[in-house]
Each structure stands twice: as structure tokens, then as C-alpha cells.
Design a protein around this ligand. Structure first.
Ligand SMILES: *Cc1c(COP(=O)(O)O)cnc(C)c1O
Length: 415
């Protein structure tokens, strides 16, 4: 790990200036760790629960206990966590297919959902694959106005759809957009507004948000939150998986899509995955804090070098994502290559843009992770479209994240 003197000097100044921000991040990690420990004690998590089951997985006490722990910590009535949920997209799809029926309406109030959801939602051009559209579900959305919910339009759409409105959808993290990520509290305000006007379920894409605040949107009344275990809540240890948490009936309906009607959460073998899922959840508040510190440090470094970053290091954070506007495809590629070069695994490869399934533009990804595709581990990616914004997230340890940011900054200066 060798860096130019310029980078070393900025990094040194960064840590002095960031002391207060870092202590606030630690404070959140302490609060969330207390919740996790309290819940492990309450449910008497034991060594025997870590082994898991095979076959049908009936009576898997560890699986059932982990579901209760997630529900507790996320302030929800119920939850399920499964290693065989492929990713965040599938967790969200399970939730949506669980709640929506033919003739129902889904209304997204934070603009168009994350890229990978577009095939799930579907439209007439993609007819036939079994999208929500194919099943007779109508999709509608309300664009954000200056990065905030457009409450007037939301109110009129709720009125327009009336009893047909079954799911109001909120995306917490910015995804591939340049807009603020919503805090759980802000999402709580949206939920109150919606619930005062309709009996529809509120479902929240919670990807990248877990443990960034002291509460999750479920603590503010969300009926479902959904996310990926190779992001925040897996703590870098879960090897795959996803979760859904929320109100009792909504989680039950989702569970019938996870397995099938009549079975729900009562079966499903955990085949050796429970230990890492428990251990990962135990680590998650700390690991998320490491990732948030890495993001803040990156914001400071790139801001100092004259790049437009979002959010700034001074702003409050509600997810682990940091964006850096690279401006050109070459610089976006250089940024990702710098991150890759400082990764523990596959440091010697040079990432190339490719047409990743589910994404509309070509995407470049830097991922030198122990778990393939894990983005709680240090990773950077961005769609090859103007203004060539790099989305940077993760870092299992602040120390390694800091080095990677310094290395990418050096690469960018050279580019
Ligand atoms: C990561 C992410 C998803 C799901 O993506 P997967 O790669 O399927 O886990 C959905 N929404 C947002 C905002 C995300 O960041």
C-alpha cells in the first residue's frame, strides 16, 4: 500500500475533520448492537441452533429463532430470513407477488423502482414471462419532486385508484439515482400520510439501509421491508440470502410465495447456512458502521480532489452508498479499477463494462469480495450512462476501505 504524498496528506486531514462524524456512526452501531444482543438473549440463541436442518427442514429451531431475532431487531411483528432467496430483487419480488392479486394496483411513491424491478413489474412489451403485469396488476408511480415525495400527487393518485390500491411502494436507498436516501423517520412520515388515506400495504425496498439508522422503516409502520443478505444485514458473513420483515399478515402472505400456500415458513432446510447468518447479523451493526465510515472518508477525499460527490461528508447518511461523479466513461472505469486493485480477492483483474441481466445499460463492477457479488464488502459499480457516476459501497473493515479509497484516488489522479 503505497500512495502519493498528496493523498497521504488529504487522508491525514480527513481523519481529524471526521472525528465527530465517526463518533456519531459509532453511537448508532452501539445502539443497534445492543438490540441484537438483547434479542439473542431473549430468544436464548444456543449453539445447537447454529447447525440447521436438511430435507423438509421441519422443526428447525435455529431458523425459527433467527426469524424472531430479525423481527425483534427491526421492530417488526414477523420476519423470515432464508439463504436461498437469491438476492434483494427476489426478496422484493416475493413480497410483491405475496401481496398483489389480479386487478390490484401497485403505486410507487418514490419514483421508478431500482432497475432490476422493471422486469418484475413488467409491461405490455414484456408480456408472457409472468411479470406482475401479466397477472393483471397495474403499476403506477409518482416521481419525486426535488428529491422529496410529491405529496399532492400522491394524495390524488391514492384517491384515483381507491380500493384497487393494494401496495404503496417506497425505495429507501437512492439506487442508481442522484437523489437523497430517505431516513427511516422520513419514510415514517410517508407511511403516516399514506395510511391516513388508504388501507393499502406499504412495502419498502430496504436494500443498503439496514443498521444505518437506529430504527428500520418497520418501526414506523411499514408492512414489509425487504433486503439482501449479501448487503448490510448479512454482516459480510452470510454467504447468500434475503429477508422480509413486517406486519404479521403481510409477512405470512409473502411466506406463501417464498414456499407455497399452506407451507409458508414452516418448512425449508437451512443446510449449514444458519451459523453464518446468525454470526453475520451479530456483526452487521459494526460492519455497517465500517462501511459508512469508509463512505464518509471517500466523500471527504473526492470532495477535496474537486469531484462532485453525493452525499457530502457533512450530510447525515441513511445508507452505505457513496456516489462520485466521474464525468467520463474512462474515469468511471479508472475508479472501479482502483477499488479492484486494493481488494483482498482478485486484486489482479481489471473490471470491464458488461450487459448484466436485469440492468438496462451496461454496468461496470469492481468487486474483490470473499462472497461473490457481495456489496457490504468493498465494491464499486456504475451504469455506463452520463454523468458516469460511480456508486461505491461497503468495506468490511474501515482500515481496508480507507486504503482502497486512497488507491482509487491515486488512480483517478493518474487518469
Ligand atoms: C441492491 C439493491 C436492490 C436489489 O439488488 P440485488 O442485486 O438483487 O440484491 C434493490 N434495490 C436497491 C435500492 C438496491 O440497492
Amino acid at each position: 500500500m503505497e500512495f502519493s504524498q498528496k493523498i497521504i496528506d488529504i487522508a491525514k486531514k480527513a481523519e481529524t475533520d471526521l472525528a465527530e462524524v465517526f463518533s456519531q456512526i459509532d453511537d448508532i452501531a452501539y445502539k443497534n448492537t445492543a438490540k441484537v444482543l438483547d434479542s439473542f438473549r431473549k430468544h436464548r440463541i444456543s449453539e445447537a441452533m447454529l447447525y440447521g436442518s436438511t430435507g423438509y427442514g421441519y422443526g428447525d429451531a435455529g431458523r425459527d429463532a433467527l426469524d424472531l431475532v430479525y423481527a425483534d431487531v427491526f421492530g417488526a411483528e414477523a420476519a423470515f430470513v432464508r439463504h436461498n432467496i437469491v438476492n434483494g430483487t427476489q426478496a422484493i419480488a416475493i413480497g410483491l407477488y405475496g401481496l398483489l392479486r389480479p386487478g390490484d394496483v401497485m403505486l410507487s411513491i418514490t419514483g421508478r423502482p431500482y432497475d432490476t424491478l422493471s422486469d418484475v413489474i413488467g409491461d405490455k412489451t414484456k408480456n408472457g414471462d409472468g411479470s406482475l403485469y401479466d397477472f393483471g396488476v397495474t403499476y403506477d408511480d409518482v416521481a419525486l419532486k426535488d428529491g422529496r415525495p410529491d405529496y399532492d400527487t400522491i394524495a390524488s393518485k391514492i384517491e384515483k385508484w381507491g380500493d384497487k390500491l393494494k401496495v404503496v411502494y417506497i425505495q429507501r436507498s437512492k439506487g442508481y439515482e442522484t437523489r437523497p436516501t430517505f431516513s427511516s423517520k422520513e419514510i415514517g412520515e410517508m407511511i403516516s400520510f399514506v395510511k391516513a388515506r388508504t388501507g393499502a400495504y406499504v412495502a419498502v425496498d430496504n436494500c443498503y439501509g439496514e443498521f444505518c439508522d437506529t430504527e428500520e422503516p418497520t418501526a414506523y409502520g411499514a408492512d414489509l421491508i425487504m433486503g439482501s443478505l449479501i448487503k448490510n444485514p448479512g454482516g459480510g458473513l452470510a454467504e447468500s440470502g434475503g429477508y422480509i420483515a413486517g406486519t404479521k399478515r403481510a409477512v405470512e402472505l409473502a411466506s406463501y410465495r417464498l414456499t407455497t400456500v399452506g407451507i409458508g415458513c414452516e418448512a425449508g432446510a437451512t443446510v449449514g447456512q444458519l451459523r453464518n447468518m446468525f454470526k453475520g447479523f451479530f456483526f452487521a451493526p459494526h460492519v455497517v458502521a465500517q462501511a459508512v465510515k469508509t463512505a464518509v472518508f471517500a466523500a471527504y477525499m473526492y470532495e477535496s480532489l474537486g469531484f462532485e460527490v453525493f452525499p457530502s461528508w457533512r450530510e447525515a447518511r441513511h445508507d452505505i452508498v457513496q456516489t462520485v461523479k466521474c464525468g467520463t466513461p474512462e474515469k468511471l472505469v479508472a475508479f472501479c479499477r482502483g477499488i479492484q486493485a486494493a481488494s483482498p480477492i482478485d486484486s489482479f483483474v481489471a473490471p470491464e463494462p458488461w450487459a448484466m441481466p436485469g440492468y438496462e445499460d451496461e454496468v461496470i463492477m469492481a468487486a474483490g469480495a470473499f462472497t461473490s457479488g457481495s456489496s457490504i464488502e468493498l465494491s464499486a459499480d456504475g451504469p455506463l450512462r452520463a454523468p458516469y457516476t460511480a456508486y461505491f459501497q461497503g468495506g468490511l473493515t474501515y482500515e481496508s476501505g480507507k486504503y482502497a479509497v486512497m488507491m482509487s484516488a491515486d488512480e483517478m489522479i493518474k487518469a
